[in-house]
Design a protein around this ligand. Structure first.
Ligand SMILES: NC(=O)c1ccc[n+]([C@@H]2O[C@H](COP(=O)([O-])OP(=O)(O)OC[C@H]3O[C@@H](n4cnc5c(N)ncnc54)[C@H](O)[C@@H]3O)[C@@H](O)[C@H]2O)c1
Length: 331
C-alpha cells in the first residue's frame, strides 16, 4: 500500500490546514515545531502535544492520547494528523491505527529523517522498556505532506541523523548512490529516497520480501541507539559500519566511507571509542530482543553490491561471538 506523497511549500500547507480552521482538527504534534504552524493550531483544543516524542512514544502516553481524543469527540470518520519527526509520526500512526479500531491519518514530517523514511510506509510503533518499536502495526497514512521549509530550524545533529538514513539508501539503490557521490543537494537526494521507499512499500507492504532490505544497518543500529542514546539515523549509519566490519565485508565498508565523505558526515562520531559509556553487555543483551530474530538465529540484511542486498540467518550466539572478538567492541 503506497502513500500519496505531496510536496508543498509552507504557504500551500497552511492553505490545506486552514480548511479545518472552523471544524475539528485532531492532531498529535511535536511542541518544538509549534512556531512553524498556523497560529490557530496553537490554540486548538484538539491537539495532543508531545514535548519529547522519542521518550513519549510509549504505552503510558499512548493511553493518555487515546483518552484525550475520546474526550474531544473523535469519531470513525475523523482523520488524525501527525506533525513532527519520525517518533511523532510513529506514535500518531499507532494511535490512528488503534483508536476506534482504526481511523485515517495524515503524516506531516518535519525532520529530514521523517521526510525520507519515518513517515512513509505505514509502520507505526511504540517503544517498550525491553526495546524500540516492540509494539506497532502496519497502517499507512492516507497522505504525506512533505514541506522542506520545516527544516530551517533542524539542529545539526538531526541533519546528521537524517543523512545517516540517506547513507543506508545509498546501498539499496544505484540511483541514490550516484546522487550521493555526485554531491547533489540533499533536498534532491531526499526526494529520491522517499520515492524509493514508497515504491518498495507498494510492492511489499507487510515486509515479507524486499521491504526487509530497508532494515539494513538497523540490527546493530537500534542497539547503538538504545545503548549510546544517539539519534536514530546516526545509529543506523554506525550500525552499517560495524555490521560490515564484524562480518568482514571490506568492499561495503569502503563504499560506506566514500558516502560518509560525500555526505560530509563526521566519521569520528561513529566510532565506539568516542563513547566511554558504551556497555558491551547491555549491547549484546539488546540483540536478544531483535524483531528479526527467528528462534536462536538473527536475520541480518547484508550487501553484495549496491542495489543487491540479501538476508542471512546467523546463529545469534555466533554473531555475538564475532562482535565480542572485534577489537573496537572490547572495553
Ligand atoms: N516507521 C518507520 O518506518 C520508521 C523509519 C525510520 C525511523 N522511524 C522512527 O523515527 C524516529 C526517528 O525519527 P526522527 O529522527 O525524526 O526523530 P524525532 O521525531 O525524535 O525528532 C528528532 C528531534 O527533532 C525535533 N524536531 C522535529 N522537527 C523539528 C524541526 N523542524 N526543527 C527542529 N527540531 C525538530 C524533535 O522534537 C526531536 O527532538 C525513531 O523513533 C525511529 O524508530 C520510523
Amino acid at each position: 500500500m503506497k502513500s500519496n506523497l505531496i510536496y508543498l511549500k509552507k504557504l500551500e500547507l497552511f492553505k490545506e490546514l486552514d480548511n479545518f480552521k472552523e471544524g475539528q482538527f485532531f492532531a498529535i504534534a511535536d511542541q518544538k515545531i509549534k512556531n512553524h504552524l498556523p497560529q490557530w493550531i496553537s490554540f486548538s483544543p484538539h491537539i495532543f502535544w508531545l514535548k519529547n516524542p522519542e521518550e513519549e512514544k510509549n504505552l503510558e502516553v499512548y493511553t493518555r492520547a487515546i483518552e484525550f481524543f475520546l474526550k474531544q469527540g473523535i469519531s470513525r470518520s475523523s482523520t488524525l494528523y501527525a506533525i513532527g519527526g519520525g517518533a511523532t509520526t510513529d506514535f500518531g500512526g499507532f494511535v490512528a491505527a488503534t483508536i476506534l479500531r482504526g481511523i485515517n491519518w495524515v503524516a506531516i514530517p518535519t525532520t529530514l529523517l521523517a521526510m525520507i523514511d519515518g513517515s512513509i510506509g505505514g509502520k507505526t510503533a511504540l517503544n517498550m522498556p525491553q526495546g524500540k518499536n516492540l509494539i506497532g502495526s502496519f497502517h499507512a497514512p492516507e497522505k504525506v505532506f512533505i514541506c522542506g521549509d520545516f527544516l530551517t530550524s533542524l539542529p545539526e545533529k538531526e541533519w546528521f541523523s537524517g543523512k545517516g538514513e540517506v547513507l543506508k539508501y545509498g546501498f539499496l539503490s544505484q540511483e541514490i548512490h550516484e546522487l550521493i557521490v555526485k554531491k547533489v543537494p540533499i533536498e534532491e537526494i531526499a526526494v529520491a529516497c522517499a520515492k524509493f521507499k514508497n515504491e518498495v512499500v507498494e510492492k511489499d507492504f507487510r515486509e515479507e520480501k524486499e521491504r526487509i532490505f530497508l532494515n539494513l544497518g538497523h540490527t546493530l543500529g537500534h542497539a547503538f541507539e538504545y545503548n549510546l542514546k544517539i539519534p536514530h539515523g546516526q545509529a543506523v549509519a554506525m550500525g552499517l559500519k560495524y555490521l560490515f566490519k564484524v562480518m568482514g565485508l571490506n568492499q561495503s565498508h569502503s563504499l560506506w566511507l566514500e558516502m560518509v565523505r560525500a555526505l560530509k558526515l563526521p566519521a569520528e562520531k561513529m566510532e565506539i571509542g568516542q563513547y566511554p559509556h558504551f556497555d558491551l553487555c547491555a549491547f549484546l543483551q539488546f540483540l536478544e530482543q531483535d524483531k528479526k530474530k527467528v528462534d536462536s538465529k538473527i536475520r541480518l540484511v547484508l550487501v553484495k553490491d549496491i542495489g543487491f542486498c540479501y538476508v542471512e540467518e546467523v546463529p545469534l550466539k555466533d554473531f555475538k561471538t564475532k562482535i565480542q572478538s572485534y577489537a573496537e567492541f572490547k572495553p
